[in-house]
Ligand binder design. Sequence first.
Ligand SMILES: Cc1ncc(COP(=O)(O)O)c(C=O)c1O
Length: 378
Amino acid sequence: MEQEQDLNTPYFMIDEQKLIANLEQARQLKQLSGCKLVLALKCFSTWGVFDLIKPYLDGTTSSGPYEVRLGHETFGGETHAYSVGYSEQDVIEVADMADKLIFNSQSQLRAYRHLVEGKASVGLRLNPGVSYAGQDLADPARAFSRLGVQFDHIEPSVFDGLDGVMFHMNCENKDVDAFVHLLDVISERFGAYLNKLDWVSLGGGVFFTWPGYEIEKLAAALKAFSQRHGVQVYLEPGEAIITGTTDLVVTVVDIVENEKTTAIVDSATEAHRLDTLIYNEPASIGGASEKGAYSYVIGSCSCLAGDQFCEAKFETPLHIGQRLRVLDSAGYTMVKLNWFNGLRMPSIYCRRENGDIQSLNHFDYDDFKRSLSQWSVH
Ligand SMILES: Cc1ncc(COP(=O)(O)O)c(C=O)c1O
């Protein structure tokens, strides 16, 4: 059996116990509300732990053709397929694997619905025009959004023969009242259309596993929405399922001074924790303390000048060779790993409830090389 101190860094460690704690909350939400939950694979696709998740959720949802196949092959249950833009070939392939196929626009729906009918339930993404999202980059209701059909563009005839719709308008929404308000806007604006449908997916971004979140209030609102419109309600959680479950474990390889002290670690946000960089949201380090007397920039070992995990204070000085745990590193990380700079790719492990550590993935130089070319010109 592997001992954690013997593992080479960098690596991700998924903690089964913490994952199950989130999933128990998901189960409670389903039981209280009658809604169904499909895992958003865009956020977390590490299929090696899907056997732990399957008993709690109803299936998966996807954003591209390979995610559909992965969900179908490795998770099962209901497979929802959505894409911002399908090719005809995508639709043909996906229709055989999906239970629900959701188009992003009326033009895609018109062009391809004949390829889906009789195989999968047909859906359309609508843009509610309102949202709860901290940053413009992640706001589906931002100006000129291409995500879903705007209310005033709806051609009522498309609802003939449509089975369901999907809205996605939240990003890490920890405020249940704000979500309920969005639901009310949707009911008011789109209610007449929704009443004709079998199902409505309300997308992801509802942070119901956040400490103190009022799950009962959310459940009551979802149940009322479902009854009001006579539809099966779905949520598409990603981050809420895996939040707080996973550390990225790194080693300090150097400490350098330039007005601030930087501890350089054997990982980089640009390659291994991309959203830290994209959204400029500093990571948290296990064992750091606001009151600590020793301040460090936790610097990446990529070549990008501004690539850092965070600034953090510690009660004792850091030293070369010390391991640090970058907390809460499961969502939108392992799905976005890349080989920039030829850095070592983090391995992926799961710590089981009984303490055993199981390996889920390991990458080496051959994976790096193959990702670049498989054949030379000749
Ligand atoms: C359509 C859709 N569904 C679900 C999700 C998952 O969101 P989250 O991981 O915040 O729950 C997203 C995230 O962007 C999304 O775009």
